[in-house]
Design a protein around this ligand. Structure first.
Ligand code: ZN
Length: 311
């Protein structure tokens, strides 16, 4: 695939979109981060044809059994906080669909809270992991449009999905219209391009993650996309224990010349130097990221919305 159009407004006139900066990957490929002159959305622009599926077989996208890891425990804590918030906003909700459900962790915790859960995950190894390890029902067809499971759900969640996909052919609209009940709850979390960690790291920000991420959302653009899909945002949150703090750690590392991808390095090539650096930097990163979140400038933006329009 190539990407030469804005993933949000599908503006065809992208040649004159301004370049925010360029990113050079480990494998020495250069990508432009551009800002759409039509809608102000920031996106990854590349004209050389790449096999995007190959990029999901490396870095943090490889399927590892991480059930006993510290990441697992942190994610459990974080997801339970999100689930409590959903239940507070929508006390009568019983059914939940996670779009881009990955290895099924969020669905597993949601089921433990009493939800009847289903997932959509187009990566077959990850979908299989969710089925084999947690006994979850996962659809792994590549979503185009329409209802996925023959029913609408009370809750639709999308964690770190929207930055990977082109919203052409009204993908988000279709998904919400066909799969979320009227007055149902929508939860979307993406990296926050307006965050301190993004501004401070520039083209070395952890969550740029090109070319997998084609969109780099600001909270304003995310809220516009949600509003255009017939939903009203009720709550916003900017704090993430795992992705927010890890992102801030990489930002601080980047000041000292680190050019790696921290999530992958922590999973695959833990060195004493890396772990020592992590321990030294972690307290500062936690303080800075907490302050950033209080100022709505944390490394992620998570919106809770209610569907108010059924077209
Ligand atoms: Zn645009």
């Amino acid at each position: 695939m190539i990407n030469i159009t804005c993933p949000v407004c599908i503006n065809k006139e992208t040649k004159s979109d301004s370049i925010v900066f360029k990113v050079v990957t480990d494998s020495n490929e250069t990508y432009q981060i551009r800002k759409c002159q039509n809608c102000n959305h920031v996106y990854t622009y590349f004209t050389h044809d790449i096999d995007i599926s190959a990029y999901y077989d490396e870095k943090d996208y490889t399927v590892k059994d991480t059930k006993e890891s510290i990441f697992f425990k942190i994610q459990k804590l974080e997801y339970n906080l999100v689930l409590n918030k959903i239940k507070k906003l929508n006390p009568s909700s019983n059914t939940l669909l996670d779009f881009g459900s990955g290895k099924g962790l969020f669905l597993k915790f949601a089921r433990e809270k009493g939800y009847a859960v289903k997932g959509v995950e187009s990566s077959v190894p990850r979908a299989r992991y969710a089925k084999d390890h947690f006994g979850l029902e996962i659809n792994s067809d590549y979503y185009k449009q329409g209802m996925v499971f023959g029913e609408k759900f009370d809750v639709l969640t999308m964690f770190h999905v929207l930055e990977h996909i082109h919203l052409s052919e009204n993908l988000l609209n279709n998904l919400i219209t066909a799969n979320l009940k009227l007055n149902g709850t929508l939860v979307i979390e993406v990296p926050n391009f307006n965050s301190w960690q993004s501004k401070w790291a520039g083209n070395r920000w952890l969550h740029l993650d090109v070319p997998r991420h084609i969109s780099h959302f600001t909270p304003a653009i995310l809220k516009k996309v949600i509003a255009d899909s017939g939903c009203v945002v009720q709550r916003e949150s900017y704090f993430s224990l795992h992705l927010g703090i890890v992102g801030m750690v990489q930002t601080i590392f980047s000041w000292f010349g680190y050019k790696g991808f921290l999530i992958a390095d922590l999973k695959n090539k833990k060195s004493l130097g890396l772990l020592t650096g992590l321990l030294v930097v972690l307290p500062l990163a936690t303080i800075l990221e907490s302050l950033a979140s209080l100022c709505n400038q944390g490394g992620v933006v998570r919106c809770y919305a209610v569907k108010t329009v059924q077209p």
